[in-house]
Ligand binder design. Structure first.
Ligand code: ADP
Ligand code: GN1
Ligand code: MG
Length: 374
């Protein structure tokens, strides 16, 4: 076996992209759970230039051409907006797709794998954990602005890259099936987690019922607002660009805010093997609420949406816990794992965070009320 961590398919697809220069090196990049991401360095003239090569997980994203059409539309729309606002200097404020020679946004390798290339956003980084309030405020404002930028996206409804992605009732029914099927024979071992999941079943319908009654509305949302999906400037720490656009589709702003609470107002890593370390951090929650409400989307949210900002955090955490537990029961078929109990560890931290949010509900309500008043 070759010692390179980069698959030969990456080398094979390079000629499909009109990249000047030649490949010098490539290495796996980032810590996403779904796609394969590589940073590739090309020699160009006297210098070098980096690109992001991504192999899109088509086991999970079943219609990659549809997904890439979303990415193309969204990046073009945001690029037009940032150029109008701040000229060409804004180039790195949005992902820039490098189309293949025939104009398509992606190519396929001999085994049918889908590849795309983005300009590497230089001078910026992602973090897997929020370490201070300024970062949380910044991320919330970034995702809020991003949502506002997409409010007038032309061209009709975006393609649903994963149907029912945040439809918590359907996530719950998948979980129920995973328990009944017990495909990996792990059901007995996770009896306590299964009980916990069933005890919160009613939560699954709360936002869906509000949507059905027209009390909250669907918009174009990012749907995966993890902190490592926003690039921060190396020098200033300010947002450069929102990335990871694969799940952009119609959704509720509360889903985006809830995912931020889950990942940016929590005390430890999603996969901390000691779930006892996990709780909600209220100063970070406050920073998220303030950052989000102060962004362009703040004025668009109605009173019901604002009142559910804390609940949304609980719901998205519960949903991720259900998904990790389902994957554990099914034998780890969805997320990348690094060890056999990885999904179980992830599920346990999520359920610990759900409990912590429940215990902090009153404090969170007060934080929202104070932020709305200011
Ligand atoms: P996944 O869906 O697997 O999470 P992402 O698109 O989020 O994949 O990419 C994984 C990581 O790669 C990101 O967290 C970020 O650190 C890095 N990354 C992605 N796109 C770029 C880019 N254009 N420039 C620089 N880094 C990037
Ligand atoms: C996945 O791709 P990544 O790592 O940003 C997942 C999210 C989960 C998250 C849990 C397409 O996000 O929905 O919330 O892992 N993305 C997909 O960490 O399923
Ligand atoms: Mg990501």
């Amino acid at each position: 076996m070759s010692s390179t961590p980069v698959p030969p398919e990456l080398h094979a697809v390079i000629p499909d992209f009109p990249l000047p220069g030649r490949l010098v090196s490539a290495a796996p990049h980032g810590s996403g759970h779904i796609n394969e991401t590589y940073a590739a360095v090309f020699a160009e003239g006297a210098g070098t230039r980096r690109y992001i090569f991504q192999k899109v997980n088509h086991r999970i994203f079943k219609n990659v051409p549809g997904l890439m059409d979303n990415v193309r539309r969204v990046t073009a729309h945001i690029a037009t907006k940032v150029r109008a606002a701040s000229g060409e200097a804004a180039a790195r404020r949005v992902l820039t797709l490098l189309p293949v020679r025939d104009g398509r946004a992606f190519t396929q390798d001999a085994a049918g794998g889908y590849w795309r290339v983005y300009d590497f956003i230089e001078g910026a980084h992602t973090v897997d954990r929020v370490t201070n309030e300024a970062q949380a405020r910044e991320a919330a404002a970034a995702f809020g602005e991003f949502q506002a930028q997409l409010a007038d996206l032309p061209g009709g409804r975006l393609f649903e890259t994963i149907p029912n992605f945040h439809h918590t009732r359907s996530r719950f029914e998948n979980f129920r099936r995973a328990v009944a099927e017990n495909a990996a024979g792990r059901k007995a071992e996770v009896a306590a987690e299964i009980d916990f999941a069933f005890s919160r079943e009613a939560d699954a319908d709360v936002l869906l019922n509000l949507l059905a009654r027209g009390e909250v509305s669907e918009r174009v949302t990012h749907n995966d607002t993890k902190i490592n999906n926003v690039m921060l400037d190396d020098t200033t720490g300010r947002t450069v660009a929102v990335i990871d656009l694969d799940t952009i589709m119609p959704g509720l702003p509360l889903y985006d805010f809830g995912e931020m609470v889950r990942t940016s107002a929590s005390s430890t890593a999603e996969d901390d093997p000691d779930a006892g370390n996990m709780r909600v951090l209220l100063p970070l929650f406050r920073a998220l609420v303030e950052g989000y409400l102060a962004s362009a989307v703040g004025g668009v949210l109605n009173a019901t949406e604002r009142a559910h900002l804390g609940f949304a955090g609980k719901l998205m955490t519960y949903e991720n816990g259900l998904r990790f537990l389902s994957d554990y029961l099914q034998g780890d078929i969805y997320y990348k794992i690094k060890h056999p109990r990885h999904n179980l560890d992830r599920c346990r931290t999520q359920f610990a965070l759900v409990r912590s949010i429940e215990a902090s509900q009153d404090a969170m309500t007060r934080i929202i009320a104070a932020a709305v008043r200011t």
